[in-house]
Design a protein around this ligand. Structure first.
Ligand code: 4AD
Ligand code: MG
Length: 461
């Protein structure tokens, strides 16, 4: 395979000519020489190419060396007199593989707004910031798999199409092959028996319930895949399609679950700091000043752990600071999460034992009958990035919860079977991958950390 620019930049000067490929980023002209920067996306830095105008035919080719043009360049790697690079390429032959006319190519300015770039999602990976996000996202995905694989977890592919609503929140996208103009009905209701699967089905909101099946045969498993939520919330932290990592562990209680979540987050952050130093420096300088030091200190410190009840007491003491008044029983609003992580604890915090009425049906009931063994990991700037719990493993209690919450018991027959046969304590959590990328890069809007964001009224690319 041809060496990439990130490798070439570390090489010694050439003794033989070589061929390099990439796209033009910027060009500078002086009387006798033309300099341009070549990128192939392999790193933030570009390869500087020097063209001697006297030796080279300038009119035909040099005019076409515009930002965005795709090139094949022959030349010798030589020691660079400049301060910014050790080596540069002295070009002897340039072939324009694909032109990018300056009159129409949209990426001309040095910095475009992220809003503008969202409208050209097919070109934005060619910018420095989105290019860095792409590399960090890829490295973080690798770290996710490495973390679990090193620890003996099995990667399970849970289904995308599902007939059960894991979170019981009804925020699901329906999947159907029925003709929307002629929906079959019986007694005024849609007749799903005529639909493709013979029943109502949707895109999954979480792979958890299926991951539980495999945890109860293979002890420790994880899923890492796309999940879908028809949430009508137009925020900088919500997507309709996002990627979630969900480990599920048998013979594990809430304490083990918290330990795993903390170790996991720190591992991925450390991996990205160690392996994406150059890209992280861009975020540190231009996106969120000081983020590298703050992430380093996260890796080296212990996450605070508080119960919901304790956290609520803290919030109630400062009730005047909030638009939504905190009181026991209400869900934590993002302003509350921000206050806890930024003012009270100044770092990540794990909140546990939430009131049962604001959490999903599958969470294990505490002795008090009022709270459940839930845990949310909250971080500064973003709030919740992980939601998890110990699962209810008693058939009796789980059945009662499903009935209490008016869910269809028949839909969960197999889930209840797991409590009928070999039920053991087990726990797991879900990490929103895009929220983690936001946390690590400082990118303000979740739409800029996923290649093709799907949000309300937006699925263009
Ligand atoms: O807290 P949630 O809803 O938990 C679950 O789905 C559990 N079944 C997970 C489990 O225990 N296996 O979602 C988990 C995480 C959230 O903490 C958040 O980071 C992310 O998924 N998330 C979203 N990310 C982007 N856009 C959305 N609309 C999101 N909804 C949740
Ligand atoms: Mg949650």
């Amino acid at each position: 395979m041809r060496p990439l620019i990130k490798e070439i930049l570390l090489m010694k000067p050439d003794t033989e000519p070589r061929t390099v490929y990439g796209w033009v980023r910027t060009k500078r002209d002086s009387k006798n020489v033309c300099f341009f920067e070549l990128s192939d996306g392999s790193c933030l830095k570009n390869l500087q190419v020097i063209v001697d105008k006297e030796k080279y035919n300038p009119e035909s080719i040099l005019a076409k060396l515009t930002t965005g043009a795709g090139l094949e360049v022959d030349g010798m790697l030589v020691e660079s007199p400049g301060q910014n690079q050790a080596v540069e390429l002295q070009a002897s032959e340039i072939k324009i593989l694909g032109e990018a006319p300056a009159e129409t190519y949209p990426l001309q300015k040095k910095r475009h707004s992220f809003e503008f770039l969202r409208e050209i999602a097919h070109l934005r990976p060619r910018t420095n910031a989105l290019g860095a996000v792409t590399r960090v996202r890829s490295a973080a995905s690798f770290a996710v798999h490495r973390f679990f694989q090193e620890r003996g977890y099995y990667y399970v592919h849970t289904p995308i199409i599902s007939a059960s609503d894991c979170e019981g929140a009804g925020e699901m996208f329906q999947v159907t092959t029925m003709d929307m103009n002629e929906v079959p009905k019986v007694d005024g209701k849609v007749d799903y028996s005529k639909d493709f699967f013979g029943k109502s089905s949707s895109l999954t909101v979480s792979g958890q319930l299926e991951a539980e099946i495999y945890a109860l045969s293979h002890s420790n498993v994880y899923t890492f895949g796309p999940t879908f939520r028809a949430e009508n919330s137009n925020t900088a932290r919500h997507l309709a399609e996002f990627w979630m990592i969900e480990p599920e562990m048998a013979f594990c209680t809430l304490e083990g679950n918290m330990d795993a979540a903390e170790e996991f987050i720190k591992y991925v952050i450390k991996y990205v700091l160690d392996n994406c130093a150059e890209d992280m420096e861009l975020f540190n300088k231009f996106i969120e000043k000081g983020i590298v030091d703050s992430l380093k200190s996260v890796v080296n410190s212990k996450f605070y752990r508080v119960t919901y009840t304790e956290a609520m007491k803290e919030l109630e003491k400062n009730a005047d600071k909030f638009e939504f008044k905190p009181s026991w029983g209400v869900d934590l609003q993002s302003e509350h999460e921000k206050y806890l992580t930024e003012q009270v604890f100044n770092g990540p915090v794990i909140v546990t034992d939430y009131p049962k009425d604001i959490k999903a049906f599958y969470m294990k009931m505490n002795e008090d009958g009022k709270t459940v063994r839930a845990m949310d990991v909250l971080v500064p700037r973003l709030g919740e990035i992980i939601g998890g719990s110990q699962r209810e493993d008693s058939l009796e209690k789980l059945t009662a919860r499903i009935e209490d919450m008016d869910l269809e018991k028949e839909d969960y027959w197999w889930y209840l079977d797991l409590r009928r046969y070999g039920s053991v304590p087990h726990s797991g959590f879900g990490l929103g991958f895009e929220r983690l990328i936001q946390y690590m890069t400082g990118m303000q809007n979740i739409r800029d950390v996923i290649p093709f964001p799907r949000t309300v009224h937006n699925a263009e690319f």
